[in-house]
Design a protein around this ligand. Sequence first.
Ligand code: ZN
Length: 175
Amino acid sequence: MTLTESLLDTKAPKDIIDNLTLLDVEYVDFSGASQIGQLLIATDLADEVRLIFVALKRSGFPIEKIIPIVSYDWDDQRSIADNNSSAFNYRLIAGTDKLSNHAYGRAIDINPFQNPYIDRDRKIQPEGAQYDPKIVGTITADGTVVKIFKKYGWEWGGDWGESRGYWDYHHFQKK
Ligand SMILES: [Zn+2]
């Protein structure tokens, strides 16, 4: 899709929209085939996100799909339930009135089904998911995906358990 299509009906203000780039990224899917997805990302992060996805592809880490969230009517829950990986979405941090880093295109979620969100009460989202490092496509603390993102100074939500009491295993961000 085009940049305009990827932003259709977004509620984001102009200054945020003007700072977004629609990036084509190559990845390997779960059958090992090369695919091209699209990420809406903050323009100042586009170059390094391109490099991050080149490294992810080279590592062989499989990703199910990378589709701009406009295709899910900006509904994060629907995107996550479909195991979609994405970046920009003008939305609040769940359960707060603060804008998420996704609202600025400064966060990327990867394979949310293999890498769910686990809240303080140990409730898991999306429904039916589990976090099992043995399953292909799962992001682990000592694995390649975390290593690649951290090389570029990105933070991983899977590290938040001790400090925040919840785990956002699919989430990477750079402020
Ligand atoms: Zn996220």
